[in-house]
Unconditional design. Structure first.
Length: 108
């Protein structure tokens, strides 16, 4: 089974649209359009799973760079998901910020 990444999608593209595009190249096992948690709005990318590796390669070659809905699709083999462990730095806190702030006592 091959998992395929589809990026730069128009936000109106549905799972049915993707399934139809990929099924012309071979049987599709699953389609997953990624959405924002809470709002359910599409994030502009999806994953398609195909059982036949040869059909998946043909689909990638045929669909990568195709313009759909005014946007040029990026289609390639999905990379394995990174582990979401402790991340240092970046946004969201963490790290040493120096001594704790003292209470606001008036200075005389």
């Amino acid at each position: 089974m091959k998992k395929i990444y589809v990026g730069n999608m128009s936000f109106g593209m549905t799972e049915a649209d993707l399934r139809g595009m990929f099924e012309t190249h071979g049987p599709v096992q699953a389609v997953n359009v990624i959405t924002e948690p809470g709002t359910g709005r599409p994030r502009g990318f999806a994953f398609v799973e195909m059982d036949d590796d040869g059909a998946a390669e043909k689909a990638i070659a045929a669909l990568n760079g195709t313009e759909v809905g005014g946007r040029q699709l990026t289609v390639n083999e999905a990379r394995p998901q990174r582990e979401r462990g402790d991340r240092k730095g970046g946004r969201g806190g963490g790290g040493d910020r120096g001594p704790a702030r003292k209470s606001r006592e008036p200075r005389w």
